[in-house]
Design a protein around this ligand. Sequence first.
Ligand SMILES: Cc1cc2nc3c(=O)[nH]c(=O)nc-3n(C[C@H](O)[C@H](O)[C@H](O)COP(=O)(O)OP(=O)(O)OC[C@H]3O[C@@H](n4cnc5c(N)ncnc54)[C@H](O)[C@@H]3O)c2cc1C
Ligand SMILES: Cc1cc2nc3c(=O)[nH]c(=O)nc-3n(C[C@H](O)[C@H](O)[C@H](O)COP(=O)(O)O)c2cc1C
Length: 466
Amino acid sequence: MMLTTEPLRWGGALLLSAGYLALCLRIWHTRRAANGKDTPADWLVAYASQTGNAEYLARRSAETLVTGGLQARAICISRLDDATLAGATNILFVASTYGEGDAPDTAARFAGRLMAKGADSHHLAHLHYAVLALGDDNYINYCGFGRALDAWLASQGATRLFERIDVDKNSAAALAEWQHHVGRLAGTFDAPDWEAPAYGEWRIGERLLLNPGSAGAPLYRLSLVPAGGPLPAWEAGDLAQVSPPADPDHPREYSIASLPQEGRLELLVRLQRREDGTPGAASGWLCEGAATGIDDGDLVHLRLRAHERFRLGANARRPLIAIGNGSGLAGLRALLKARIHAGEHANWLLFGERQIRHDFLLREELLGWQDAGWLQRLDLAFSRDPDSTGGADGVDRRGADRRYVQHLLREQAAQVTEWIAGGAAIYVCGSLQGMAGGVHDALTEILGSTVLEQLVADGRYRRDVY
Ligand SMILES: Cc1cc2nc3c(=O)[nH]c(=O)nc-3n(C[C@H](O)[C@H](O)[C@H](O)COP(=O)(O)OP(=O)(O)OC[C@H]3O[C@@H](n4cnc5c(N)ncnc54)[C@H](O)[C@@H]3O)c2cc1C
Ligand SMILES: Cc1cc2nc3c(=O)[nH]c(=O)nc-3n(C[C@H](O)[C@H](O)[C@H](O)COP(=O)(O)O)c2cc1C
């Protein structure tokens, strides 16, 4: 289905060329910056982070080093190039792992370019390093990227300051071990513990099933309010962590769907079922277990987590291409709502689900935004509909020819190129399996890998995928 309200005013061949020229200049400039523009501190703490854990720990580590009188700063691994590596003598790496043992998005270029260098070149013989590898041992490739990074650094002749520390699901013991090592390097043992923020008590005021009759699992819109005290602040793109009563030490992340100005914290939660039919620990509690009610509902332990990489940030005034599926609409809705609050009209949503009849989530709101001109383009792919374009060509496409958001992107390739040339940023939210990879491949085809890499480096291609 393709619903377009008004043509893009800022289109046109001249602007298109100017946009591309600007992007090419930017690529050239970034590469030129490889010649050592950043004077390295004595110590760098480089983070490879997707949703902010590694970044948080890198910043705390740098602070500890500074407390000990060392000159140290935390930097994103995307800013570590040949020149920075050649000039640095001590680097602590804090690296998470994504996908199936992959590097986080911000580290993709580092992994692809630098780590592709053959072993035993000894060009890092001057470097001392340590690696804190974040991961989750439910994944087959546990701490895969941190391990690969550690092995690569050693193969380039760099010297370990101490053995790599692997952290399973933010294990407090592993983090304390790292903190002890960093304290020793800094010569300070009295640095305060890096405690995670405490959970607050919330109640579910309202729980609404968004997809009655769906062939997929039920998806609920939950509206939460603090059990006491004021609503805390957050920004579009941020996450809520819920500690489920059945598994309190392992919080689950949810993208926040609302803005504080709306007076409530909304989540879109898919009820997960395990193979034996039992509901997921957190989604089961949120969607079925917890009693609702602002005054007398069950207490939900929840804390907010800033997700810097998925906020609008420097993209606030750029056109927005929002792409997602299923519960991924949560993060995209918050971003779009923030854009509307800020009076920004250049918004394009590409969204995929199963059937238009049951799964057109937030239908009234999205169509209302489109009618009011807040969504300049709205493209929908319903993969299980006979004609998933939403048209009526009578062709039964069930089976092999299912259409997803990545197909919409390919069909709209010219517009995607035009929007990017016009300065747009791309935000992707939803399934890692299937959607995020398919979208990434389609964008690579349309824009080329160099441009896409540059968009990542410039923070114009951001993902919150799970
Ligand atoms: C950044 C981020 C944002 C997210 N945003 C959202 C969102 O907006 N909406 C949303 O619905 N979800 C979101 N998620 C997913 C969410 O965090 C949870 O993973 C999801 O709700 C499932 O958690 P659960 O506790 O219900 O299920 P779990 O109990 O963790 O089970 C989940 C699955 O894991 C397997 N599993 C786990 N434990 C066992 C076991 N003991 N035996 C057998 N199988 C097991 C099963 O396959 C099961 O289906 C997000 C995740 C991330 C990382
Ligand atoms: C979609 C997804 C995929 C993940 N894949 C892996 C993996 O393959 N191996 C692993 O050890 N951890 C994996 N993790 C766990 C993360 O590495 C871990 O949660 C880490 O603390 C995230 O840190 P960050 O917020 O800095 O990105 C994955 C997490 C998510 C959400």
